[in-house]
Design a protein around this ligand. Sequence first.
Ligand code: SAM
Length: 283
Amino acid sequence: NEVDLSKPDVVRYIVDRFGLRMNKKLGQNFLVNHAVVQSIADAAVLKENDPVLEIGPGIGTLTQALAETGAAVTAVELDTHLLPVLEKTLEHYPNVRVVQGDILRTDILELMGHKPFTVCANLPYYITTPIIMKLLEQRLPVEKLVVMVQREVAQRMTSAPGSKVYGALSVSVQYYTEPHLLFEIPPKAFMPAPEVTSAVVSMDIRKEPAVEVLEEKRFFQVVKIAFSQRRKTFSNTLKAAGLSKEAVTDILNNCGIDGGRRGETMSLDEFACVADAWTRYIR
Ligand code: SAM
């Protein structure tokens, strides 16, 4: 029976004992609510010996909940001040490996031994999008990602075309995964309490991307163009990207898309059609 690292008193004790200063710049808000921690770990659906990657273990709260499932936990923490803490708080879990490093500079495939794994993390909010994009774009052998992010980001990840928050992140996440916004978490579940509400998103990686395209690079280029100038019509953003008036008319006709529409109303299928029409136009 280990000490429960999600208890506010325990977290306070650890912070005092190690003289920790929560580093705001590193997004250090530690969970202090057992039910929340348990729900995040549950969402990862882990079995004994399943490899799981945690990003930013902090003092080891979620790490403990993950370790309790019997999973093989690898936790990457940037802040060297937290290493002696983690060594102590997780000392009775032989199934936990803590690695010091910046997740954005880590060779994750290598770290996880080129084998399938799950990701479960309460992400540092200042680099949420780069981390998610890295995890998705590298085509790692991952089936499921469970991440806690700012509520607004969770909404962007799961929003449909036409929604105010639909954007490049929505398209990327939905291209690679089937995302589900599971639940929201109030600021008071953290120490210190952040200014924003958080939410947990579970992403099931698709076996094949949501849409098939001739050139993936072109697809993401079109997406980027469409959202780069939200006030312009889709047809004008394409022209601004260097396509001739004739090419734009041709491409849009080909896909049955009204050029007067804005990029943020376009579905993944429509982006894919435009990307392919553009690719064919050039070839
Ligand atoms: N998992 C803990 C919890 O839920 O209480 C702490 C989560 S806290 C929101 C984010 C953690 O990510 C912090 O411990 C922070 O030091 C760490 N972190 C920040 N930037 C990082 C990076 N680039 N690579 C790895 N960890 C990072």
